[in-house]
Ligand binder design. Structure first.
Ligand SMILES: [Zn+2]
Length: 298
């Protein structure tokens, strides 16, 4: 009796970590050196559905969904059981002085008008570049606007540079279509695991407990190739995939940090708001520049 109880408790403890997979900027219809847009979208969807994982896709309209071919890809994701959310029309930087509160609201509205009727739509908004405002007026103005529109912020806990590895990979593939992909897979998985551990320690430092994580990835060639390996890696490490909606139910995602500028993972801005120094957590983590350099050597 005692023995089986112990085993159940231990396995619960070992699988305490969980992670939601979210994908920004898609669906993309631009050409890539491998796979056409329909195949890339289908590959990403298949990696998820074959593992029973529900991802959330933050749509940027101008990357494709403003035309029938791109809209069809978004619809395919929704019909395939994935969730769709808002990532503006044209991906402006809200922290930039040139982006006014009014134009940014129009950006949110324009994306909403197209994706709201699609299967799998959820009223979550993710800020391009994770930038939520560099002045108090804009930060509070957009938060009030989102509340009035019944939108919630689609925060990220684990920030990554999959987009950078993807860009480097595409450049190399253009030069050499027979490129060996296995070192790219290793670099990508190693990078994600390093980031996941750093942000998980930060979450525990802030909250003194595990939080369900929200991983930022992109709708790109890299994930069309390796997303299955990414999900398998997290599961092998004991991290259970959860839906982004389930993760967002955690209080860690129901915050409005009053820092300026708001930029990056919600854990970074929450720590800043609480006066928790970030340096001890990020010290030693490979930077974006370092990852770019490592990719450049492959
Ligand atoms: Zn984006």
């Amino acid at each position: 009796m005692m023995k089986s109880f112990f085993i159940i408790s231990l396995s619960t403890f070992l699988s305490a970590q969980s992670v939601a997979f979210t994908f920004d900027d898609g669906p993309k219809v631009a050409a890539t050196p491998l796979l056409d847009p329909v195949s890339r979208n289908a590959a990403i969807l298949n990696h998820l559905t074959s593992r029973g994982v529900q991802g959330m896709f933050f749509v940027t309209l101008k990357n494709g969904a403003d035309h029938p071919a791109g809209l069809a890809l978004a619809k395919t994701l929704g019909e395939g059981g994935q969730l769709l959310a808002n990532h503006t029309v044209s991906h402006p930087d809200f922290n930039a002085e040139a982006t006014t509160l009014e134009t940014f609201q129009t950006e949110i509205q324009g994306c909403d008008a197209v994706i709201r009727t699609l299967p799998g739509f959820r009223a979550y908004f993710r800020f391009p570049y994770l930038r939520e405002g560099a002045t108090e007026a804009k930060r509070e103005g957009i938060r009030a606007y989102l509340r009035a529109q019944h939108y919630r912020i689609g925060y990220v806990s684990i920030d990554t540079c999959d987009w950078l590895i993807d860009a480097k990979l595409q450049t190399k593939l253009e030069q050499n279509p027979a490129l060996d992909l296995s070192p790219w897979r290793s670099l990508y998985l190693g990078h994600l695991w390093e980031r996941a551990q750093v942000y998980d320690r930060l979450a525990k430092g802030i909250y003194g407990r595990e939080i369900p994580h929200v991983l930022l990835l992109h709708h790109n060639l890299l994930n069309a190739l390796f997303l299955g390996d990414v999900i398998d890696m997290f599961q092998a490490k004991g991290w259970k995939p959860v839906s982004a909606e389930a993760a967002f139910a955690d209080p860690a995602y129901q915050v409005e940090p009053r820092v300026l500028p708001v930029d990056g993972s919600v854990l970074e801005s929450s720590a800043q708001a609480l006066g928790i120094p970030l340096n001890p957590y990020f010290k030693g983590m490979r930077s974006e520049r370092r990852i770019g350099e490592e990719a450049g050597k492959l």
